[in-house]
Design a binder for this molecule. Sequence first.
Ligand code: SF4
Ligand code: SF4
Length: 309
Amino acid sequence: MFLSELKLMIEMKYDIEANWTLLKTCNFRCAYCFSRPDALGAMLNIYATPEQWAESFNATSKIWLLHITGGEPTIYPGFVEMCEQLTQDHFVSLNSNLSHQCVNEFAEKIDPARVHYINAAVHYFERQKKALLNVFINRVQRLQSQQFNVLVSLVMTPAIIKIYSEISQYFESFGISLIPKTLRDNYQGMRYPEAYSENEKTLIVQYLREARLKYISIITRMGEPPTIDMFNDERFLNSNLNYHGRLCGSGYNFIKLKPDGSVFRCGSKESLGNILQKNVSFLSNSALCNSSYCPYFCEKYTSQHFTKV
Ligand code: SF4
Ligand code: SF4
């Protein structure tokens, strides 16, 4: 292995992960979004300064992996400054549509060794409406040039599956590979992934296999699989995603964090306190699942799994 490659390896040592909904507001209106349009258009609330957030995480005496999501996190005022503060002591990963210009500042100022990955979601039809595809591509390239692990994902609606090869070729002409992301939940009156046809499932599995091969060097240097492990989405295509009764680290080494700092054991109503009020009581160990939640977190915290290549 070359010395330059060694420098890119991310070695994360963290005590606990948070799925942090920083805000619910978003500047896009994707038809498959989990959030309703009124929530996406709601006024953005700021509950703490970047310093207060960092100080609150530090006060737990834990090293955090903060998976920052939304809404769209990059539209949060002072987002880059907050990431600068947080990455002094902790690690972050992001879900983003890369639509805000602060992404360029993020690429310049944030240490890529402290960012496990950026799930950069294309949202193809929204971008076409806004004529923003090339802006997105430029931002991905800028992040890549600064050695961030950028996972460029495309949600596989039936309409997208039909033109995936074409879109993929377009992105490949810019040196960018796509990762197909399976639909979950309700979309256009159907429940997914159950509503995919056998042919659609076959295509998704094939595109996933191609994505794993194209991303092998990034997967390797990430050290551990991304929590939002889209590379293995085929495991969700035919399973019922019920984790009830399984031993899970949620509440112990993983928590759900809301915009106001309140902490929950994933999808349950079990409140563990508030990070900004510095009164969180984490569970003392793993406990049986009594809820339902985003399956990427369920998979990670009920089992160890490794990305297949
Ligand atoms: S960019 Fe993400 S949060 Fe925003 S509307 Fe689309 S899916 Fe929802
Ligand atoms: S819903 Fe998922 S994250 Fe929560 S306890 Fe169950 S398996 Fe764990």
